[in-house]
Ligand binder design. Sequence first.
Ligand code: BG6
Length: 296
Amino acid sequence: AEVDVTDARVTARLPSGESVEVLLYGASVISWKSNEGKTENLWLSEKAALDGSKPVRGGIPVVFPVFGPPPKSGHPTSSLPQHGFARNQRWEFLGKSTSEDALDSSSVKLDFGLYSANLTEDARKAWPYDFGLVYSVTLAKDSLQTVMNVRNEGKESFEFQMLLHTYLRVKDISKVAVNGLMGVQYVDKVLNASTHTESNKSVTITGEVDRVYGDIPQDTTTVVEDSKPRFDIVRDNLSDTVVWNPWTEKAKAMGDFAPDSGFKEMLCVEVGAVKGWQKLEEGDTFEGGQLIKSLL
Ligand code: BG6
């Protein structure tokens, strides 16, 4: 595999043409092409800031150590911005490892690190714990795997949430359905955070959707398009998934969301640990991630 490293981003390409592009800012994956490089699997806003001035609207922003708006007061994450700080810090590129067996099984893994010592002063003040994050992005022929490792490097225990905020690219949202969530309880953020149980085998998107599905028994969520499986999202040690589409009004209201009609070509399926908190004692680690298969 070819790996190209600049001051701002890391790009990797397999001999068969597939590629992935990761910004050091936020360790944000901004492009993942499969099908010999012919199919872009991630949606990226035309107005996404890629210069480190704000989190990337699209791709796979990393959410840590809190999901959504933090608890109003009384929790150590309370003074953090929405979705925490990991998506707007500069990460370090730790290196690559490649395996190049047969053309069909070659893969490349890119590792990124973020440590409390390297945080901006604001973030460090707002969440004063000693931690190390290692985020691994592995590109294979028809899949992308992204795995987060969180380590408590301090004496004090801390609580966190994490989520991989994946913007999947679809052709036409009106032909998309999400399978694998039937029977699962979810919090509907569009309906005043009320709790519901999913009664559909196939969840279609016909308006604004912002749902936090928790404690999902099935490991795999499948995005179907035109009645054909398009993506399998396999969770590893993460039990929750957010399904989000801003639809017409919310899309228009976001300054960095373009074009306005872009909501028709995207769907966020965000795996995470966001129900309650993960607690880490001194020296302990947590690892969780996803494997996304592009099923063309
Ligand atoms: C989703 C949340 O994960 O992210 C939504 O459930 C939120 O409520 C969306 O609107 C986008 O968040 P942000 O901070 O990137 O605008």
